[in-house]
Design a protein around this ligand. Structure first.
Ligand SMILES: [Cu+2]
Length: 270
């Protein structure tokens, strides 16, 4: 019993504690770290959940009521009723009305997410079997991001979520993410930012987010892409503007995209 209470308590508290990665016994979403995700969480908590609960309770009540009120012992001669126009119109119109109530705010959120504001930083994510490759097209940076094996994890690094090279982005800036794949379908997903887009070979999908808090955020490939689908996590490190400049300076040297450099040299020597 004590264990059961502990489990219930942990469920309640893990959902309220700050989370940017999955927690044990988690129920519900990870804490939002962007405006877009906050919209989604509010929509779910304030509109969808009440509707779902109300419908479930109502249907349960109808079933219990029917079982008692129309039981065989109380109705020795069964009713032969087959149609009731009023009831039929009601059970068509009321669900339509409920769907419209849900659709309006839902479309608002969809359109808001679909309109990409002017980007401050552009990152290109390429899905490979089985890791992510990243490019900063404006900065001439390119690198691959592999999962860190369990045996190589350092303290506080989450298993199956840690990568060797994180995507680094500045806080409170619009980050546009171009997403594609090189072999099969993958999907780039980051729950705290409410971001998930398919990575399709030969096509570029785009999405965006604006991180509000400095921190490390974890996501995973969200399209079944083969045997190591579970082992290509996504790490985004959100840092202050100064730290971002510092990282850029380092990354421009460490992760320089040589073909572009070579092309530039070629053009210069002509
Ligand atoms: Cu994948």
């Amino acid at each position: 019993m004590k264990k059961f209470i502990l489990i219930i308590l942990s469920v309640i508290f893990t959902t309220s504690a700050s989370a940017n990665q999955p927690k044990e016994w988690q129920l519900g979403f990870q804490n939002p770290a962007s405006d877009g995700m906050r919209d989604i969480v509010n929509f779910h908590n304030n509109i969808l959940l009440p509707i779902i609960i109300a419908i479930s309770v109502f249907v349960l009540f109808l079933m219990i009521y029917t079982c008692i009120r129309f039981r065989a012992s109380r109705n020795p001669v069964p009713s032969k009723t087959t149609h009731n126009v009023t009831v039929e119109i009601l059970w068509t119109l009321i669900p339509c009305f409920i769907l419209i109530v849900m659709a309006v705010p839902s479309f608002k959120i969809l359109y808001k997410q679909d309109t990409i504001p002017k980007a401050d930083v552009t990152v290109k994510a390429v899905g490979y079997q089985w890791y992510w490759g990243y490019e900063y097209p404006d900065e001439n940076i390119i690198f691959d991001s592999y999962m860190v094996e369990t045996k190589d994890l350092k303290k506080n690094q989450p298993r199956l979520l840690t990568v060797d090279h994180q995507v680094v982005v500045p806080v409170n800036k619009v980050v546009k993410v171009l997403i594609t794949a090189n072999d099969v379908l993958h999907a780039w997903a980051l729950p705290s930012f409410g971001v998930k887009r398919d990575a399709v070979p030969g096509r570029i999908n785009e999405t965006w987010f604006k991180a509000e808090k400095v921190g490390t955020y974890y996501g995973q490939c969200s399209e079944l892409c083969g045997i190591k689908h579970a082992f290509m996590p996504i790490n985004v490190k959100v840092v202050s503007a100064e730290d971002y400049q510092e990282w850029l300076a380092e990354a421009r040297v460490k992760f320089v995209k040589e073909e572009i450099e070579n092309d530039k040299l070629k053009i210069a020597s002509k």
